[in-house]
Design a protein. Structure first.
Length: 158
């Protein structure tokens, strides 16, 4: 079983932007789970404003962040201005590989992203483990209920 968002009940992927509240994981924005974080956007605009930071595979074009389109009605940003494909993953990849970002900043940004991914992985592992424990407890309950029925049946028969 996959970890599900506590807000929208959709599965949480490792590439989703998440938050944790009272021990429950959820998407930062359930409508756009793979959006850029505020920190990633800030890094892109501060350090990558003057060069291409997003690549559209379909159009085989590179774009600066300021050139990307937005869909005000659909709430999407970081769209390819030609084909309207959402490009947050491309821009996110750029953040973690751009030579213009100071190494310390890039490493800290990677550490934050890896911590979020680790949280999702650990939540998944705990969920899997709890499922196993529940199944074991259910099996023990059913076995004890069967044994009780057998003893009761023998008592009634004698």
């Amino acid at each position: 079983m996959q970890v599900k968002c506590s807000k929208c009940s959709e599965p949480i992927a490792l590439s989703d932007v998440i938050e944790s509240s009272n021990g429950h994981l959820s998407h930062m924005d359930c409508q756009r789970p793979r959006m850029l974080t505020a920190e990633e956007r800030a890094l892109l605009f501060v350090y990558c404003f003057g060069h291409a930071a997003a690549y559209c595979l379909g159009c085989d074009q590179r774009f600066r962040m300021a050139e990307l389109a937005a869909d005000a009605l659909g709430g999407r940003t970081n769209l390819c201005p030609r084909c309207r494909k959402d490009l947050p993953q491309s821009a996110r990849g750029h953040v973690y590989s751009c030579a213009m970002l100071p190494a310390e900043v890039r490493l800290k940004a990677q550490a934050v992203r890896e911590a979020a991914q680790q949280l999702v992985k650990q939540s998944q592992q705990l969920r899997d483990r709890s499922d196993v424990l529940i199944r074991e407890a259910e099996a023990a309950l059913f076995e004890r209920q069967r044994a009780l029925r057998e003893v009761m049946a023998r008592r009634i028969a004698s």
